[in-house]
Design a binder for this molecule. Structure first.
Ligand code: NAD
Ligand code: DAU
Length: 365
């Protein structure tokens, strides 16, 4: 095994960000461009329903940033881009990311998350070989805590050696991609890194996910659908903290390693929804239904619904000095403020296609 993991990175990077028009990817692009203005940043995004060019609009047309609409599964396009842009580092966010959609139609998840990741990884390996295997190249694969499955109430949090036990087509497809990334390090020495993170929240979060869905439905006076008994637990992390963690891993992570990232903010869904109700009630001037708690409806559970996630982030804290800066209280307030100030961002996303999806998931409950 080579020892390329200790090699310092070059001072300025040439970064390919896949899925950079999605929720976390776009926050990451904002973060990276502000923190490293000299670096070249190329965004490759297929602009699926979850991708949105408006997420990057505030960055304007800065010279160091390029947006390319394309699919990670298009090997020729990926190869051309890696070469043309002399990419040294890949931050791979592109994925189908919503569990409920994976239950309705798992095929796209296998295609993008497994086959797409394989294609990207293989093209990056060819690019790395063509450049004589530079030890400073990096392939960072952004993954999820859901690969570890579900915890009991008293289990310790997931650590990097917790066995995989995915329970949804989404998490199974992410687990498959994690295995491929790991194998490329062990088999070919490709300098890969993996991060497994807990639930993110913050600006640019697509309306289908719990936190934006609840905020938007309160503003519209629509029911707040809580799955099952509302006692499922998630560990919430403000998206900017996730972006800072990924930055640390790119800069200082050891090739071949996995780093778990979490917010140390375990909350039951129903408690989170109640907190959001209080916040929106306080911050929104003219809510159609007050108090918004009156809109809460317990509905039939999500099939295969994982009961609890929790992350043990000791490794990244101790080895890379990362810890979250935002508390759930400060992060949720910022998030509600953002959705109140950006109706022009989320209103167009509630399209006819989105309403169709919404009916499919919620009408039967
Ligand atoms: P998202 O659904 O908001 O964004 C995904 C982006 O990928 C979109 O811009 C979409 O257009 C793009 N994309 C989809 N298929 C593509 C393809 N074939 N080729 C190119 N681009 C494609 O997702 P997100 O919530 O920002 O998640 C980003 C990554 O982080 C995912 O890999 C996800 O598994 C992981 N993750 C998410 C969370 C979370 O809480 N959201 C937590 C941990 C890990
Ligand atoms: O843990 C990391 C994962 O977090 C990421 O890998 C996924 O990409 C991301 O979507 C998220 O998955 P979850 O399934 O945990 O997130 P979601 O926002 O869909 O749901 C959060 C919790 O809220 C979950 O227990 C299901 C519940 N829920 C969700 C929705 C959309 C409801 O009770 N009602 C809802 O309408």
């Amino acid at each position: 095994m080579s020892t390329n993991s200790e090699t310092p990175l070059p001072e300025s990077l040439r970064l390919l960000v896949t899925g950079g028009a999605g929720f976390i990817g776009s926050n990451f692009v904002h973060h990276w461009c502000a923190a490293h203005p000299r670096d070249r940043v190329v965004v490759l995004d297929a602009l699926t329903y979850a991708g949105n060019r408006d997420n990057l609009a505030a960055l304007g047309d800065r010279e160091q940033l390029r947006f390319v609409q394309g699919d990670i599964g298009d090997g020729e396009r990926v190869a051309q881009l890696l070469e043309q842009e002399a990419i040294t580092t890949v931050a791979h966010f592109a994925a189908e990311s919503h569990v409920d959609r994976s239950i309705l139609g798992p095929g796209a998840f296998i295609q993008t998350n497994v086959v797409g990741t394989f294609t990207l990884l293989e093209q990056f390996r060819q690019h790395w070989l063509a450049h004589n295997q530079p030890s400073s190249f990096r392939f960072l694969h952004v993954s999820t805590d859901e690969v570890y499955g579900s915890l009991g109430p008293d289990d310790p949090g997931f650590c990097e050696t917790t066995p995989f036990a995915p329970n949804s087509p989404y998490s199974a497809s992410k687990a498959g991609s994690d295995h491929l990334v790991r194998a490329y390090f062990h088999t070919y020495d490709l300098p890969t890194l993996i991060t497994n993170c807990s639930n993110n929240y913050g600006p640019f979060h697509f309306p289908e996910k719990l936190i934006p869905l609840m905020i938007i439905n309160m503003l519209l006076g629509k029911p707040l659908p809580v799955y099952g008994d509302g006692q499922n637990i998630r560990d919430w992390l403000y998206v900017e903290d996730h972006c800072r963690a990924i930055e640390r891993v790119i800069q200082g992570g050891r090739a071949g390693e996995t780093y778990n990232i979490g917010g140390n903010n375990e909350v039951k869904n129903i408690e989170l929804v109640n907190t959001l109700c209080d916040l929106v009630d306080e911050l929104a001037p003219d809510l159609p239904v007050r108090p918004p708690q009156n809109l809460i409806e317990f509905i039939k559970d999500r099939p295969g619904h994982d009961r609890r996630y929790a992350i043990d982030a000791t490794k990244i804290q101790q080895q890379l000095g990362w810890e979250p800066q935002e508390t759930l209280t400060t992060g949720l307030r910022k998030t509600v403020d953002w959705y109140l100030a950006h109706r022009d961002w989320w209103q167009p996303l509630l399209s006819e296609a989105y309403q169709d999806y919404y009916r499919q998931v919620y009408a039967g409950h």
